[in-house]
Design a protein around this ligand. Structure first.
Ligand SMILES: Cc1cc2nc3c(=O)[nH]c(=O)nc-3n(C[C@H](O)[C@H](O)[C@H](O)COP(=O)(O)OP(=O)(O)OC[C@H]3O[C@@H](n4cnc5c(N)ncnc54)[C@H](O)[C@@H]3O)c2cc1C
Ligand SMILES: *[C@@H]1O[C@H](CO)[C@@H](O)[C@H](O)[C@H]1NC(C)=O
Length: 540
C-alpha cells in the first residue's frame, strides 16, 4: 500500500514537472505556440513525456511536431523508418483494423537492378531496368503531363535506387530477398523474394513493423481514419483531422506523409469516375473508398488517372461469388500448364499471352452480374502434371475453397471434349504434327493423355474472372516526393507540409506497371518522403 502510494506520488510529480517544462519549452522555443496548443493533444504530450520525463532530449522531441504518416502499407512504413532515423517522432494512422494495406498481399516480389542476389544467380550486369520501365509505360511516358511531373527523373530514381532499396530491406530490415525471378516485361530476372513460405509482401511488412514498433518514438493507431488535411492561412498543410471508429473528431499537427494507396478497390467511386467501362468490376484490392479526394480538396494535380491495370485471373469464390474482392490466381498456374475455358467450355486464347491481351479476350465475351459485381465466367483447369508442379499454390487455393480437385469423368461433356482436344494437341506437339490454332507454344507440365485413358485422373479446376489490380495514375509529385498543386496557366507548385508515396502517386508507371515495381516505388519514394518530412520538423 505504502509502496503504491509513493509510486503514485512520484508519477504525479514527474507528470507535473514534465508537463510544466513542456509548456515552458513550447512557449520559449516555439513562436507558433497558440496553434501548437490548439492542435496538439494533451494526451500526446503526456505520451511523449512518459518515456523519460527528465531527459532533456526527450523534452526536445516532446515539443517537436511529429511526422504524421497516413497509411501503413509499404510506402508509409518506409517513410516512417527514414523519418525516425532522421530524429523525428512518427505518428502513423491507418483506418483499417490491421496494418499492412494491400502491400501485405504482394506475392511476386520487389525489383532491384544490379543486386548481389542477381550476381549470385549469374546475372552479372543489369542495365536495362530503365529501358524496360519506359517501354512498359508506353505512350504515356512521352505524353504531356502536369508541369513539375518529370517522368524521366522519377523513373531514373525508381530504377537507379532499386539496388539500394533491396539492400536496405535485406541488410537493415533483415528480410530474405535471395530468390530472383523474371516477370513479364523484364529483360532479365530482377524481382526479389525470399526462399521461405512467407510471401514477399507479408515478409517485408512484418519485418518493418517489428523494427518500427521497437522504437519508442513511433506510434501506430489502427481504425483511425484521416478525414481532413488541415491547412494554415498560407495554404500549407499543418496536420490532419481524424477519428477513431465512432469516436470524436481529433486533430493532430505535424508534417504529413500521405501514403493511402490506390483506387483499384473503389469500384463504384473513383474507378467508375475515371474508367466508367470498368465500373463495378471486382478487384484484388480490398474493397474500400479511395482517399484521393483529400488531396483533391487542396487543389492537388493528378496524372494518368485512367491508366488502370487489369489482371485476367482472379478467383470467383463459390461460397461468395458476388464478392467485390477476389483472390489473385497466380500467373504461374497458366505457366505451369493451366488452360482457360469459356462459359461454353471452349479454349479461346493462348493462355500465355500478356495480361492485357488475355483480359481483353475474356472481357469481349458475355459478362454476368452477381449482386453489384460485374464479372466473367471462365474455367481455369490444370491437368495432374500442372497441379503437381504448382502444389504449393494449389494446396492453399484448395484449402480456401477456390480450387476443386475433380476426376475428368465428373466434368461437363463440353469441358471433357475440350480437355481431350487439348491433350491430343500437347501429345502430338512433341512430334510437331500439329500446332495450336490459338498460338500456344509452351505447354508447361501438362501430361494428361486424351480419351478414355484420362477419365479417372484428377484435375484442378476453379472459376476465374478479370479483376482490377493496380492503378498507375495518382497525385502529381516531384523527385522530393512533394505533392504538386495546380496553379493558373498550367503551372504547378509544391504544397508545403505535404509529401506522398506509393500507389497514391502517379507519373512513374505510365500506361502499365511492371510486376515488382510497386513495392519498389513504395520503398524508394516512401524513404524519400519520410526523410524530407522529417527535415521539416527536426530542423537542421
Ligand atoms: C494481390 C496483390 C498482389 C500484389 N503483388 C505485388 C508484387 O508481387 N510486387 C509488387 O511490386 N506489387 C504487388 N502488388 C501491388 C502492391 O502490393 C501495391 O501496389 C502496393 O503495396 C501499394 O502500397 P501502398 O503503401 O501505396 O498502399 P497500401 O499498401 O494499399 O496501404 C495504404 C493504406 O492506407 C490506408 N488508408 C487509406 N486511406 C486512409 C485514410 N483516409 N486514413 C487512414 N488510413 C488510410 C489503408 O487502410 C491502407 O492500409 C500486389 C497487389 C495485390 C493486391
Ligand atoms: C527518439 O527521439 C529522441 C529525440 O529526437 C532521440 O534522442 C532518440 O535517440 C530517439 N530514439 C530512438 C530509439 O531513435
Amino acid at each position: 500500500m505504502r509502496i503504491r502510494r509513493s509510486r503514485l506520488h512520484l508519477i504525479l510529480i514527474s507528470f507535473t514537472i514534465g508537463f510544466i517544462t513542456a509548456i515552458l519549452c513550447m512557449v520559449f522555443f516555439r513562436p507558433s505556440f497558440a496553434t501548437g496548443l490548439r492542435l496538439s493533444r494533451i494526451p500526446i504530450i503526456f505520451g511523449k513525456l512518459n518515456h523519460n520525463p527528465f531527459s532533456t532530449t526527450g523534452m526536445a522531441s516532446g515539443s517537436k511536431k511529429p511526422v504524421i504518416v497516413v497509411g501503413s502499407g509499404l510506402a508509409g512504413l518506409s517513410a516512417a523508418y527514414e523519418a525516425l532515423k532522421a530524429g523525428a517522432s512518427v505518428r502513423m494512422l491507418d483506418r483499417a483494423p490491421k496494418p499492412g494495406g494491400n502491400s501485405i498481399k504482394a506475392s511476386s516480389g520487389i525489383n532491384g537492378a544490379g543486386t548481389r542476389f542477381q550476381h549470385a544467380q549469374g546475372i552479372s550486369q543489369d542495365d536495362t531496368f530503365y529501358a524496360d520501365t519506359v517501354r512498359s509505360a508506353g505512350r504515356r511516358f512521352t505524353e504531356a503531363s502536369p508541369a513539375g511531373v518529370d517522368r524521366k527523373a522519377l523513373v531514373e530514381l525508381l530504377t537507379g535506387r532499386s539496388e539500394s532499396a533491396v539492400n536496405w530491406l535485406a541488410d537493415e530490415v533483415s528480410v530474405d530477398l535471395s530468390v530472383v525471378a523474371q516477370l513479364g516485361g523484364h529483360s532479365v530476372p530482377r524481382t526479389h523474394r525470399g526462399g521461405g513460405k512467407l510471401p514477399p509482401g507479408a515478409a517485408i511488412v512484418s519485418a518493418l513493423l517489428e523494427k518500427l514498433k521497437a522504437n519508442p518514438n513511433f506510434s501506430l493507431e489502427n481504425s483511425a481514419e484521416v478525414d481532413e488535411l488541415l491547412t494554415g492561412s498560407d495554404d500549407a498543410v499543418k496536420g490532419v483531422g481524424y477519428h477513431v471508429s465512432e469516436g470524436e473528431a481529433q486533430e493532430l499537427e505535424g508534417a504529413v506523409v500521405f501514403a493511402a494507396g490506390g483506387f483499384a478497390g473503389d469500384a463504384h467511386g473513383l474507378l467508375s469516375k475515371h474508367r466508367p467501362d470498368l465500373a463495378g468490376m471486382p478487384s484484388t484490392n480490398e474493397a474500400r473508398p479511395a482517399s484521393h479526394g483529400l488531396l483533391a480538396s487542396l487543389g492537388a494535380a493528378f496524372v494518368d488517372m485512367d491508366s488502370v491495370q487489369i489482371h485476367p485471373t482472379g478467383f470467383v469464390d463459390p461460397k461468395d461469388p458476388g464478392s467485390a474482392y477476389k483472390f489473385l490466381a497466380a500467373e504461374a498456374l497458366r505457366g505451369e500448364g493451366g488452360i482457360l475455358l469459356s462459359s461454353t467450355g471452349e479454349r479461346f486464347i493462348n493462355e500465355l499471352n500478356t495480361r492485357d491481351v488475355v483480359s481483353d479476350a475474356i472481357m469481349a465475351m458475355q459478362h454476368s452480374t452477381v449482386g453489384s459485381t460485374r464479372q466473367w465466367d471462365v474455367t481455369l483447369l490444370l491437368d495432374p502434371g500442372a497441379c503437381e508442379v504448382a502444389a504449393s499454390h494449389i494446396g492453399f487455393y484448395v484449402w480456401k475453397g477456390l480450387v476443386q480437385k475433380k476426376k475428368v469423368k465428373d466434368l461437363s461433356p463440353e469441358i471433357i471434349a475440350s480437355v481431350d482436344k487439348y491433350a491430343a494437341l500437347v501429345a502430338s506437339s512433341s512430334k510437331s504434327e500439329s500446332v495450336d490454332p490459338l498460338g500456344r507454344k509452351a505447354f508447361g507440365h501438362w501430361r494428361l493423355p486424351p480419351g478414355e485413358a484420362n477419365r479417372d485422373e484428377e484435375v484442378c479446376v476453379g472459376t476465374v474472372t478479370p479483376v482490377v489490380h493496380f492503378t498507375m495514375g495518382g497525385v502529381a509529385f516531384d523527385t522530393q516526393a512533394r505533392v504538386l498543386r495546380s496553379k493558373e496557366g498550367g503551372e504547378t507548385t509544391p504544397i508545403a507540409g505535404l509529401w506522398a508515396a506509393g500507389e497514391i502517386t502517379g507519373g512513374i508507371h505510365g500506361a502499365n506497371r511492371l510486376g515488382g515495381s510497386s513495392l519498389l516505388e513504395c520503398a524508394v519514394f516512401g524513404r524519400i518522403a519520410g526523410a524530407e518530412a522529417a527535415k521539416s520538423v527536426v530542423g537542421v
